[in-house]
Design a protein around this ligand. Structure first.
Ligand SMILES: [Fe+2]
Length: 332
């Protein structure tokens, strides 16, 4: 063998299967030429032992045999042999077989590397797209809040409370993320409402109230433009619907209102009461609790009102309010 491959490769011989395995466990090999008849362990046993070891399992093995019976060949392939060569060895034939196997292994290895590279690239691109989407949504939320001088950080808090309600309700991570995004964008329609109306300190006229109400439909129309997220409009369109059907813009009743919007409605009302307004400060927690309780079944879905009441009861230090929230929208 050494003579046959002298010019192309470095060959190491072993006189038994045991010796071959011992050598392989300490050295790197590109290929193994394995004789079936050896003292002690036969070639098949060596092959099986190689396949059991992670480091050796991928080394291609060509079996050298005096006779190639189909049963033996099948057993060899089952055990993981790459090819068979009949003895006596013909130098040109074995050279060709070896180079073919090595070339195949090289291509396979390169293909696996290329697949890995492309997969990593696709994952990186997806992560970047997701990050850009999140940052754009956050930027939009801040744009909306900047327009209304009395509701600084409102969208982020509503998003955070909505996610929290969904989490306690048993929503998956994906659903929580979706409702968080909807919460951030629930008031996006306010971009289409004149600031003079949004920030009017006096009582609104009926006409002005109608204009304010139209932020639900404007927001829904804007978010319908994002075709990749077809449900995203739900929070914007339905967050002023009431469980008893007396809300707007569509007057939907009970479960006809999407679950996401029923959750956001509770979070929205909760934040309105627990943040400062031009005409009042943050309401006392007991008042907020009473209002949520009072609205359960009429304004709010009782399921989410009751989760909100639980969250209020757990919040003994009353941190879940405008002044208790940190910059990133989380409560301290
Ligand atoms: Fe709103």
């Amino acid at each position: 063998m050494k003579k046959i491959f002298a010019a192309e490769a470095e060959i190491t011989g072993a006189s038994s299967g045991k010796e071959a395995l011992a050598w392989l466990s300490w050295h790197e090999a590109d290929l193994v030429l394995l004789d079936l008849q050896m003292p002690g362990m036969d070639g098949f046993e060596v092959l099986r032992k190689m396949k059991q070891q992670r480091r050796l399992a991928d080394i291609p093995v060509i079996i050298l045999t005096g006779t190639i019976e189909s049963e033996l060949e099948a057993e060899g392939f089952l055990a993981g042999a790459t090819d068979f060569v009949r003895k006596p060895i013909i130098p040109s034939a074995i050279r060709q077989r070896v180079s073919r196997v090595l070339r195949y292994e090289y291509l396979q290895d390169n293909l696996a590397k290329e697949v890995r590279r492309q997969t990593n690239l696709a994952e990186e691109r997806l992560a970047t797209t997701v990050r850009i989407f999140r940052e754009m949504v956050l930027a939009l939320a801040k744009t909306i809040d900047a327009k209304d001088k009395y509701t600084h950080g409102h969208s982020e808090r509503v998003a955070e409370y909505s996610r929290c309600l969904a989490r306690v309700d048993g929503a998956s991570e994906e659903e929580q993320e979706e409702i968080y995004t909807m919460g951030l964008l629930h008031d996006i329609g306010k971009v289409g409402i004149p600031e003079a109306i949004i920030n009017k300190p006096a009582r609104l006229t009926d006409e002005e109230y109608k204009v304010i109400q139209s932020h639900t439909v404007i927001g829904s129309d804007i978010l319908h433009l994002i075709k990749a997220a077809p449900d995203l409009f739900q929070g914007a369109r339905y967050h002023h619907e009431r469980y008893d059907g007396k809300g707007y813009p569509d007057g939907l009743v009970g479960d006809a209102i999407p679950k996401t919007a029923r959750i956001i409605a509770v979070a929205d009302a909760y934040d309105a009461m627990t943040s400062n307004r031009s005409y009042r400060g943050i309401l006392p927690q007991t008042t907020v609790r009473k209002e949520i309780e009072k609205g359960s079944g009429s304004q709010f879905d009782p399921r989410y009102a009751s989760i909100m009441l639980r969250l209020i009861d757990e919040d003994t230090a009353y941190r879940m309010c405008e002044t208790g929230m940190t910059e990133d929208g989380k409560s301290d």
